[in-house]
Design a protein around this ligand. Structure first.
Ligand code: ZN
Length: 118
């Protein structure tokens, strides 16, 4: 059995919609208290203020959420779970799935796709 590959969704908060962004993160990461979310936001390196919106998602969920959160996050980006914007320099991006991934095996969503075609 193959390991299930999970994904994290990150984005930078649009300042005018900060309140909605905080609520969104609160809904999607219920383990975090509001002060904890605010602390993550304050500690996020500028510019960009990238913050994790949700984690350990299935790919279908990533695709749906990425479209939903654009109302309060400027550039929602999908990462292979465990990676984030601070790893960008050592990651590759799949242009088809707009997914950042590490490792030498390529985009895991592309690999899944080819498995279905066989
Ligand atoms: Zn891909």
């Amino acid at each position: 059995m193959e390991d299930r590959i999970a994904f994290d969704l990150w984005g930078d908060v649009i300042p005018e919609f900060k309140e909605r962004a905080l609520e969104t993160i609160g809904d999607l990461r219920p383990e975090l208290t509001r002060p904890a979310i605010l602390r993550e936001l304050i500690l996020a390196p500028a510019p960009g203020r990238w913050i994790m919106i949700a984690q350990n998602l299935e790919w279908d969920t990533v695709r749906t959420l990425r479209e939903q959160v654009i109302t309060c996050f400027a550039h929602p980006q999908a990462y292979q779970a465990g990676y984030g914007p601070s790893d960008r320099d050592r990651l590759k991006e799949c242009p088809v799935h707009r997914l950042f991934y590490g490792g030498v095996l390529g985009c895991s969503v592309c690999r899944d796709w080819f498995r279905w075609l066989r």
